[in-house]
Design a protein around this ligand. Structure first.
Ligand SMILES: *[C@@H]1O[C@H](CO)[C@@H](O)[C@H](O)[C@H]1NC(C)=O
Ligand SMILES: *[C@@H]1O[C@H](CO)[C@@H](O)[C@H](O)[C@H]1NC(C)=O
Length: 379
């Protein structure tokens, strides 16, 4: 293990032992969003008995409604330690990358039998995920499914077609409950839920940079550009995004090619609201960051995207985007049009995850968040 990896692991261990994210399952109606009631209070963190790191697992929850009831749609919140993909009836619905940030998905259901499925893996031995599924019937009544031992798992490799309605899971075994949603003394935090969260926070998010040279994270005086594109969950059309961002030392933020704002003091993150054009199918966040002297450098961002109401349930999906190892950057100058959606960044290397806020040195918990700027249109 190189020294920098070791440093990352140390950050992570400190983080999982020490962090506690408050439960935020009540909505702030002042934000003008729908009153959201989905929470994790009855859900369990579940996994299989095989807790080896980097082992992929498959999970299924088969559901048949009570006699005489016909299903319409589901609202789903789900989060995992730390990589998961959520499926319904064999289709990928969406994915999440850290336990601190839940995905909120809306799916239309078949009237009778439906299969909710997850494939997940963890980069450490704390692998677990947690879900709450609100089912709506054609008569307007609802039922709630939560992650618990009634979800079936297979314990090792993910078989082809595991999420299909026709897949035979009769040899699968009950999942293992690793913790209740807010059990103290466990490594699990209560995830933030899109559309339930009145304020964004940087907790559990990575500082990133391109060219980390040493275990101290010192990099040359440099200007670097960073890009990451998100595709909204199936059927979801982005309505707006709330973004908090800072960089050591300076940043300029672009969304879908439009300049949104900039900042020159890493201790005060900018807070932006961006409206999307009707029909938006991708969200590109692009950032220029200046490191003004040979020293540590980093970019830290959290974005909450809320979708237009959609589906048979008029449901509002939401997802988070954060700075993580899926961003790309380049060491070869700054090409024209690098911040535009059409630019091909596929040859740019992935960034380095330097450590989690608020544990990553030297920034620690020193970043405050500015008052929100007036909303701007990314079109
Ligand atoms: C789940 O399966 C999808 C599709 O095969 C794959 O792209 C993804 O990486 C898998 N995710 C995990 C966490 O295993
Ligand atoms: C869907 O929700 C939006 C926003 O709350 C509301 O304006 C609209 O009337 C709803 N549509 C239906 C079909 O319920």
């Amino acid at each position: 293990m190189n020294p920098f990896k070791l440093l990352l692991c140390t950050f992570f261990s400190v983080l999982v032992a020490g962090i506690s994210v408050p439960d935020r399952t009540t909505d702030s109606t002042s934000l003008g969003r729908r009153q959201a009631t989905l929470g994790f209070a009855s859900s369990k963190w579940i996994w299989t008995t095989n807790t080896a790191a980097n082992q992929a697992h498959a999970f299924r929850k088969d559901f048949t409604p009570p006699l005489g009831k016909s299903l319409i749609a589901a609202e789903v919140i789900i989060a995992g330690v730390n990589h998961l993909t959520f499926w319904v009836n064999g289709e990928i619905i969406g994915s999440t990358v850290t336990q601190a940030w839940a995905g909120r998905f809306c799916v239309d259901l078949d009237p009778s039998f439906n299969v909710f499925a997850v494939n997940a893996s963890s980069t450490n031995t704390n692998g677990a995920f947690m879900a709450t599924i609100l089912l709506t019937y054609s008569d307007g009544t609802t039922d709630t499914l939560v992650s618990d031992s009634s979800w079936l798992s297979n314990g090792n490799a993910v078989p082809d077609g595991f999420a299909e309605q026709s897949f035979d899971d009769t040899t699968w075994v009950p999942s293992t409950v690793r913790a209740t949603y807010d059990e103290s003394g466990t490594p699990y935090v209560t995830p933030l839920i899109p559309a339930n969260t009145p304020t964004l926070s940087f907790a559990d998010v990575w500082w990133i940079w391109t060219d980390v040279l040493s275990s101290t994270g010192t990099v040359p005086k440099s200007t670097r550009v960073f890009r990451r594109t998100w595709t909204p969950p199936a059927g979801g059309e982005p309505s707006s995004a709330d973004i908090i961002i800072t960089a050591d030392n300076e940043y300029t933020l672009y969304v879908n090619g439009f300049e949104i704002g900039s900042g020159t003091n890493w201790k005060v993150a900018g807070h932006y609201t961006v409206n999307f054009a009707p029909g938006t199918t991708e969200i590109l966040v692009a950032v220029t960051a200046n490191n003004l002297a040979t020293s540590v450098a980093g970019v830290l961002m959290v974005m909450e995207v809320n979708m237009l109401p959609g589906g048979r349930n008029n449901c509002t999906a939401g997802v988070y985007g954060v700075t993580d190892g899926q961003w790309r950057s380049t060491l070869d100058g700054i090409p024209d049009g690098w911040q535009l959606p059409g630019f091909d960044d596929s040859t740019w290397p992935f960034v380095v995850e330097e450590g989690f806020y608020p544990n990553a040195s030297p920034w620690a918990s020193s970043v405050s968040i500015a008052a929100p700027s007036p909303p701007v249109n990314a079109f």
